[in-house]
Design a protein around this ligand. Sequence first.
Ligand code: GCB
Length: 876
Amino acid sequence: MKPHKTYHIRNLLILFCVAFSYQLTAQKTIINSGWQFTLDTTKTNWQTVNIPHTWNKDDAFDDESGYFRGSGFYQKHVYVPSEKEDLVHYLKFKGVNQETNVYVNGSFAGNHKGGYTAFNFNITEFIKFGSYNLIEVKVDNSLNLNIPPLDIDFTIYGGIYRDVEWIALPKQHLTLNDFASEGFYVDYPNVSKEKASVEVSVLLDNFDVKSATNQLEVSISDADGKIIRMETKKIKINANSSENLNILFSDIHNPKLWSPEHPNLYHLQILLKDKHGTILDEKSSNIAFRWVSVDPNKGLFLNGESYKIIGVNRHQDYNGYGSAVPMQLQEKDIHLIKNMGANVIRFAHYPQAQELYKLCDELGLLVWSEIPVVNKVTNTPEFFETSMTMQEEHLKQYYNFPSVVMFGYMNEIFLRLVFDRKSTDLEKEDAKVYSYELAKQLEDFTRKMAPNRLTVMALHFNEVYNDTKIADLSMLIGWNLYFGWYNDTIPDLGIFLDDQHKRFPNRSIMVSEYGPGADVNISSTTPKKYDYTQEYQLILHKSYYDQVMARDFVVGMTAWNFADFGSEFRGETIPHLNQKGLVQYNREPKDVYFWYKAVLNTKEPLLHIALNPEHPLNLINEDKRTVSIFSNEKKAEVYLNGELIDAVTFSDGLATADIPFINGENELKVVANSQEEIKTLQVFKSDNLKTAHFKRFGINLGSHFSFYDQENNVTFVPDRQYSENLYGHFDGTPYNITKDKNQGIPNNIKNTEKEGVFQTMLEGCTGYKVDVPDGQYQITLFFVEPQIKSNIEMVFNLTAEKELANSDTKKQRKFDVFLNDILVESRFDLANTFPDKYGVTLTSMVNIRNNEGLSINLKPIEGKTVLSGVLIEKKD
Ligand code: GCB
């Protein structure tokens, strides 16, 4: 609309007022856009980047081992008008990994250590008003023995990866100088169903050379925005000093209690006004009335009622972004976790974006928040001091989120010690003493600072925590237990929990981590430990759930991990990832996510068939395939190609049905109440390959699982012993360095994404046969030398003994390769011809005649043969 002329003067007046009050009121500007960045120490080759930013989003996932840990430089020019000269200016960084030095117009403004908490610097004295100002930030993510974490199972992405704010404030404001907190703390001196009280402690700064009398207005409103309580206080603050003010709202009757099921929130608003009533500063926070306690025999109580906590751990990185993840994607995570039916999140192993905690308040998710003192402590005053400061920042910055019920400070602090083969016994004893000492300091400090929260610590499966008594420090102990993965078998969980409970009857415990790795492209009808199948992942999670639910004394469990996450040193079936996620690195759910949802989310209907319709299914000599179905309904009907074939009953969210798929396209439909799910999938079904029609047929040698190869759109079938009209080996054994661990199996294989085919193999196989019909075929054989020198210590395989099969000398393994008696490769020498961990393929054309099928013969010249996979493609 075009404004009428007569309004112009009024508009100008409004503009004037806006500009005027603009100077008086606190103002926050997010200055994420258009920074200059370089890794070049000569500070040249600048490129323009936006925050959030990390320099490791690509190199933490490339073929090379290692990623850049060193210094990165950022700079930006910011114009500050002379009208802002009377304000106090802060630069606030919400997360920079991990040591930061800030300079303004060449002057040093401050240093901060630690990659996961916020910090700010008062930069007023360095600013040139009415001019452009140069902000320079040096960030260093190298390993620094005085900054936790030291050595961990996640990638330390360097960079400014959370928002940068420019905060301009009138001379009097809520302090920003208290460990980058918001300048106020909310406490709940007592809460019950009948009544509650809220105490707000506000810290005010006066940067003026004269004293000031201001007014503080604090109000609480309900969910409808109606103010239910309000207090106004006059306060005089002397020149250049600070004041602390407490406001108590007692007797709030019949408060609406907060819980994950009913996340009732109230709202707190704090206004600081000058004597004319102009707002100088304004802050707000969620208020929630709830109380939490733990009992060693009965578990956790929320608002006085027994409450089992079931949820997930979360790391903050994301496929394609590293740690520099847009907020809307991060928030989507929290929604996914809530929708799964979880009622708790452990933000492991470090404080995460504050926006997420706010969302946990709103959605109803209990939070365990912790600092990254992980695996090991350095015995220096600097390390102790940084850890304590980090915890102070953590507690003060996250104090006001009512969803936070647990504050932690250490994870598996003796992990390195247990695997340490270099230190003497004396040094190890010493490490126990100083690690305990730091734990004690952090525990005491946390209890003092956050008296209404539970203190918590996570431990790995080892007696050292009991022996040292470190496990007796916190109010709640989280055990990270990998029975059925790194240790023993799945049922050992219950045995362990019962034993701990018996031996330490005064200790409250939960299972703070558990879970196997799983790859959505790997599947088996005979799942087992360490195979990365989704089927094994389901078995383990389901059993853990049953075992925890069966024990009242267990507070709950948090799965490791919500999503696959970057851990650069790892090499499992997807390089550089820890694959224990319930969802993939891009947050696409794995099957187990749906199972949890079926069991935990009683509100939304759920029906899921655990089959990916994009993966062709092979039924070789197999009449039916057992398929898992998840639902929170009681019963379902199963239809195949329009015909009712089964009626199933769900127990704990799961039912299985044996499906007699036919060769070709199949429509599998499941109907449960008003829900229906249909999956249309391609099935290759044959009990006689000689008469079968196929375009591509792949075999995963030495393996009991199938692997879906997206590139060729083929599902490699598991290996088997040869039988007439089918396929299989005549000799050889699956290559496996240890009985059930994957140490030594080539990881992070270069030049391929078919790790699932390359990683398993038959060793010593001389004859393999596939009874394909006559015709012209392209045959691809897959090889990798398994006895490579591994440069990683799988320290996260939490077993005491490590059997390392690596040798420095290259394995002598030479063999001839024949396809139907034609020599296709002579004196094949993997170890000496190719680099380490190099996936090699041999591709040849073969004409198969006279019903002879395909024969693969490997004739050893030296050592034993190896073969990882075969892909047969029909060409005529
Ligand atoms: C643990 C650690 C966690 C690892 C996890 C694993 O116990 O606390 O940081 O990522 O095990 O996957 O091995």
